[in-house]
Design a protein. Structure first.
Length: 204
């Protein structure tokens, strides 16, 4: 079991590029969601994952669940929360995992140091202190039980339909091939959504 967890974490790190707190939180959430649904990695569209942030967290979810944008079973909602809703088509149900408040991990000094390092104003001592912070946070997150980090409840989201392949049609303005279901009509012209706002000002 320990080796299996190590391999799963390695898969997340390989996908994302490095180990960090956000990635570990996504790893813990995905593991817990899969376990609660008695599911495994989704090679096709057996699962649907909905994340409420576009941080490192989301990469771990994709790596462990197999839900990706390309397969149409990975949905991003810009709510700024470390939450995951995992849905099983086979079981017809899902779970929602929402991060619990963890004051020990939301340290103001850590985020202050992180801002200084990101902004290029940190001293060498502050950079070293941030690295120590990161190491301690990562170890604490890896040692924690997923249930201590996330609340779990049944999902309220409806399971979306499977991805569909649509034909592409040239936009009436830019000429770029666009999925037919994503075109909008403007005065008899079918326009992509990138062109529609500007075209609306001219044509409507």
């Amino acid at each position: 079991m320990k080796r299996e967890r190590e391999l799963e974490l390695e898969r997340c790190v390989d996908f994302h590029g490095h180990l960090c707190g956000g990635l570990i939180l996504g790893y813990q959430a995905a593991r817990l969601g899969l376990r609660r649904l008695r599911e495994r990695f989704s090679p096709n569209e057996e699962l649907v994952a909905v994340v409420d942030n576009d941080s490192c967290f989301a990469d771990a979810v994709q790596a462990l669940t197999g839900c990706t944008f390309g397969k149409g079973n990975f949905i991003f909602r810009d709510f700024g929360k470390m939450n995951l809703t995992l849905l099983s088509r086979g079981a017809g149900k899902g779970v929602r995992l929402s991060r619990k408040p963890t004051p020990s991990l939301d340290d103001e000094e850590f985020f202050g140091l992180f801002a200084k390092v990101s902004g290029g104003t940190a001293s060498p001592a502050e950079r070293r202190r941030l690295e120590r912070f990161k190491g301690a946070r990562n170890r604490a997150l890896l040692a924690a039980r997923p249930e201590d980090l996330f609340s779990v409840r049944p999902a309220r989201l409806r399971i979306p339909g499977k991805a569909r392949i649509r034909s592409s049609v040239p936009c009436g303005r830019c000429g770029e091939p666009t999925m037919s279901s994503r075109l909008v009509s403007r005065r008899g012209r079918r326009l992509c959504r990138e062109c529609a706002p500007e075209a609306r000002a001219r044509l409507d």
